[in-house]
Write a protein that binds this ligand. Structure first.
Ligand code: PEP
Length: 257
């Protein structure tokens, strides 16, 4: 049975007291009781708060802490950068890789993203690997081919033992932070397509067990209808994850397994 996952991407938001307050609100909400082996919650905080976030959540077995990025090299003279092994040494368990904001603003190429994925896995971090099309590609109805190429150039290069550890997030760029959510039909179409691609590449078992999250203006109002789709296994949540009550509603909206 594949896992159901809700991951919060805080991006570059919250100062230190605000971040601690949000973590405390999450811990004191209905979220921990809702979690289980197959029902996980992941908080991707800014780097600065990771150690404290790990410490504060250590008694909650199915509440995980993620980084929003890592460097693609193991170590060395990369001023200001953070390595996968440094993250792992803090007790961080997951890392977001390939977010469209990183691809767009930091010129992260497929080649770099594959390297990041590999170095994360070597350090026992679980990558939350993002893919998704910009508006012009969607409008030209080329989104499926676009996403296929993104996956073929990156995570489909992994051996199956490595691929089966990762989480995929489908995030249409036109829906991120815009308040314009994909319809359930649009999201389900792409999730089903991604699962078919995984099945063709790695086999049905791995495809059936790969969590595929939806991201893009997912909120307290639309989460339950998105998560009810058979190939949508939870969400990667930006803006709405910064509001404790909304994030709680989203987590409680997960319906399967
Ligand atoms: C994201 O950036 O991963 C995201 C899904 O953002 P939002 O929920 O704000 O659209």
């Amino acid at each position: 049975m594949r896992k159901n996952i809700v991951a919060a991407n805080w991006k570059m938001n919250k100062n230190h007291p605000e971040a601690i307050e949000l973590i405390q609100s999450i811990i004191n909400s209905k979220i921990p009781a809702h979690t289980s082996t197959n029902q996980q919650v992941i908080l991707a905080t800014p780097y600065l708060y990771l150690r404290e976030a790990v410490f504060l959540t250590q008694d909650f077995q199915h509440l995980y802490i993620a980084a929003q990025n890592c460097h693609h090299e193991a170590k060395g003279a990369y001023t200001g950068e953070i390595s996968a092994s440094q993250l792992a040494s803090l007790g961080v368990t997951h890392v977001i890789i390939g977010h469209s904001e990183r691809r767009m603003y930091f010129n992260e190429t497929d080649e770099i993203l594959l390297q990041k994925t590999q170095i994360a896995l070597q350090n026992h971090l679980i990558p939350i690997f993002c893919c998704g099309e910009p508006l012009n590609i969607r409008e030209a109805n080329n989104h499926l081919e676009y996403i296929q190429a993104q996956l073929e150039n990156t995570v489909f290069q992994l051996a199956s033992e490595a691929f089966q550890k990762i989480i995929i997030a489908y995030e249409p760029i036109w829906a991120i932070g815009t308040g314009k959510t994909a319809t359930v039909e649009q999201a389900q179409e792409v999730h089903e397509y991604i699962r078919t691609l995984i099945s063709n590449q790695f086999g049905t078992d791995i495809a059936e067990n790969t969590p595929i999250l939806y991201g893009g203006s997912c909120n307290a109002q639309n989460a339950s209808s998105l998560f009810a789709q058979k190939d949508i296994d939870g969400g990667l949540i930006g803006g709405a994850s910064l509001i404790a009550k909304d994030f709680e509603t989203i987590v409680l909206s997960t319906t399967h397994p």
